[in-house]
Every structure is written in C-alpha cells, then in structure tokens.
Ligand binder design. Sequence first.
Ligand SMILES: [Zn+2]
Length: 141
Amino acid sequence: MSTTMMTTAHLNAFKKMFEEQKSSLVFNKSMMDESFHIQADEMMDETDLTSAELEQSMRIRLRNREALFAKKIDEALRRIHAGEFGACDECGGEIGLKRLQARPTTTHCVQCKEEQERNERFHVDGRKPKSEGRKIVLKLA
Ligand SMILES: [Zn+2]
C-alpha cells in the first residue's frame, strides 16, 4: 500500500536521513582539510603545477558543494522542527511526498519550481537551471 500523505513516520525517516547525511558531510570535510595542503616549495614542472591547481580547484568546488548541501540539510531540519517541512516556499501548497522522496531538500512544489526555472531561462539565456542538490536515495523504514 502506498500513500501520498506525509505522516509522522515519514517525517522521522526524513529527519534521520538528513542527520546521517549531515554527519557524513562533516566527516568528508575534515578528511579533505587534512589532505588539502599542497607543498608550494616543492619543485614542480608545468604539468605538476597544473594538476595540483586542478586538484585544488576541484576540492574547493566539492567543498563548496558540500557546504551548500549542508546548508540545505540544515534548512530541511529546521523545517521539520518548525512543522513546515513539505510545504512549498512559494505558494504554501503541498510539495508532495513523492517529490520530497526524490529531492528531499527541495523547498518548492513542482509547479513553482518549473515556473522558477522558466523565469531563470528567460532572464539568463542559455544558463542551466540551478541544481536542487544531490539526488538522495531515501530509505524508508
Ligand atoms: Zn508551490
């Protein structure tokens, strides 16, 4: 039997998942910090320098993405605590359980998100719509 209604059990499952993801992000971050240093005083030829710079920029990008994702998780947890989780930021309507299970950190219902993306495409021609974050596989107990 499947239902589209948000229950306390669903909320608890979301909360647990967000908390697990958050702790795994913090772990990754500290791992990266430890290995982040690049020895600038080492003799590097052009190729080494380029790959080191590339690696550093990739790490920074990954870290920024993780920081952004952590922020989204914090916001989702705040919404759960405030009893706002599952309500659209824009219209106040139901985001829908199915959509939340596919994109747990989303704050907009499909209609508002599509509207937003249409506007973004209109204003910034050729730019890809912003990602809503990493796709999450939700484990429902
Ligand atoms: Zn909406």
